[in-house]
Design a protein around this ligand. Structure first.
Ligand code: HEM
Length: 454
């Protein structure tokens, strides 16, 4: 294989943020290439940026203003309509999209499902997926693999095993339907957020309705089966949600609500975790010194076992690599809200119906909050208290913070430690991953890495 170019060796890949002010045509053209390029470079320096592109919008990077939007005034800044339009066909009015009382009872019902104890009890599923991924990597040793593709397989095994495991759930079929959906549905999202006129052609407007129907039918079948024949052993997310009820009203989820929420966990949970892992492996390949230290840590803790939940305290560097990957390549690279009331953010007037964009990608590379923000440096997270609140938001914050954050972090550390203990990863010259924003921040063309047995 060839040598790395100067650019490849210098810094981990990044999105070329826009350096000139973009008018609507520029925005639309950039939007079609890569939504993240709509975020201007200056967003990594300024506290707030505002503009009008069909609609009035504000990009907010200031931690105090973010605190106000996500925590203090959360009811005045609901998720934007466009988020709902994209997600509703697949996951209904579930936890991720609902607002107000509809959201609150579902959150109260689902919160006990994600307690530390329940998540820890599901770790063996993650260890099994890590072992299987290691076997696939072993078979590929000496060659290059697409680490993203492999990690999607691993995280889908985990999430399908803890939601609809058992008969009646055709894993490959559901996976295909979800992938097709995610791949297509949201290519247009920022165009809509920035108020592109209705006649602008939207790529991927056509979701596959029959595929979605099929997916829901399969999910309903699994729920039905589980109701008739409760599973024995460690309760998974389906069992826990079946048993769950709103502690305040006693309301329980009906089949539609159960299905929509479990599909939400699959849609929200598997690709995001796969991305975290793929970018973590890429960063380790980029920095062999960090990779060697992480391998020593993993080998010291695991020997030749796969990682389990009890190993987590012995894997602090692996955890910091995951934290840093989530900073540099946040899978949810921007969040969006619609202002309901007049307000002031960073001295700027916010009017009802203004769009408020939270550009997580730009915040995580903001020069006021991070030293040398484009550099890979897991030691930033050595002292979690040194990270200013509301400047690091890979999982959002406030009442709507990701319900699956601990689940995802536990899974990522178990899989990453298992792989680093056994393999050495290297970059493939000329095949640097290209971060592109679709529904999530994805590496276009995959994350190609060489794999050698350690
Ligand atoms: C590294 C992996 C993950 C990342 C980066 C991530 C990121 C996020 C973010 C940023 C939000 C907040 C969205 C907003 O405020 O607009 C969110 C919400 C959510 N996530 Fe995750 N997530 C991940 C894994 C998971 C997993 C594993 C699950 C479930 C098993 C999950 C389920 C959810 C749900 C249900 C919500 C909505 C919560 C609510 O509104 O009450 N996520 N996630």
């Amino acid at each position: 294989m060839g040598k790395l170019s100067k650019v490849e060796a210098h810094a981990p890949v990044r999105v070329p943020l826009a350096t000139t002010p973009l008018g609507i045509w520029g925005s639309l053209q950039a939007g079609r290439r890569n939504v993240l390029e709509l975020i201007p470079e200056i967003a990594t320096h300024a506290p707030i940026l505002s503009g009008t592109t069909g609609k009035r919008w504000h990009m907010v990077m200031d931690p105090d203003a973010l605190h106000r939007i996500l925590r203090e005034k959360v009811e005045d800044y609901p998720k934007s309509l466009v988020t709902k339009l994209i997600l509703e066909p697949a996951i209904g009015n579930s936890l991720f999209v609902a607002e107000g009382a509809e959201w609150m009872w579902q959150r109260r019902t689902a919160a006990p499902v994600f307690t530390h104890r329940n998540i820890a009890a599901l770790a063996p599923v993650m260890t099994t997926a890590a072992t299987r991924a290691a076997a696939r990597f072993d078979a590929a040793a000496g060659r290059a693999i697409d680490a993203f593709d492999e990690m999607v397989t691993a995280t889908f095994e985990v999430i399908s095993d803890v939601t609809f495991s058992g008969q009646g759930f055709e894993r490959a079929g559901v996976h295909k339907a979800i992938e097709a959906y995610i791949g297509q549905a949201a290519k247009l999202s920022l165009l809509d957020i920035l108020g592109a006129p209705a006649w602008v052609p939207r790529p991927g407007r056509m979701f596959s309705a029959p595929a979605l129907r099929q997916m829901k039918k399969m999910a309903d079948g699994s729920i039905d089966q589980r109701r008739q024949r409760p599973a024995t052993g460690v309760p998974d997310l389906l069992d826990l949600l079946l048993e769950g009820e709103d502690p305040k009203s006693g309301r329980k989820m009906n089949v539609d609500e159960l299905r929509d929420n479990l599909l939400t966990f699959i849609v929200a949970g598997h690709e995001t975790t796969a991305l975290t892992l793929a970018w973590s492996l890429y960063l380790c390949a980029f920095d062999p010194k960090v990779q060697d230290e992480a391998r020593a840590e993993a080998q010291g803790a695991l020997g030749d076992r796969a990682a389990t939940v009890t190993d987590l305290p012995a894997l602090p560097l692996i955890r910091r690599i995951v934290d840093e990957a989530l900073r540099m390549y946040p899978p949810a690279a921007f969040l969006s809200r619609t202002a309901l009331k007049a307000d002031t953010l960073c001295g700027r007037e916010i009017r009802p119906q203004d769009t408020v964009i939270l550009p997580i990608y730009a915040m995580h590379r903001h020069h006021a909050h991070w030293k040398d923000p484009d550099a890979f440096d897991p030691s930033r997270f050595s002292d979690p208290k040194s990270v200013k609140r509301f400047s690091y938001l890979p999982f959002g914050d406030g009442p709507r913070i990701c319900i699956g954050a601990s689940f995802a972090l536990q899974e990522a550390v178990i899989i990453l430690a298992t792989l680093l203990a056994r393999f050495r990863f290297g970059l493939v010259p000329g095949k640097a991953p290209k971060p592109v924003m679709i529904l999530t921040l994805r590496p276009e063309g995959g994350v190609w890495l060489t794999v050698e047995r350690a």
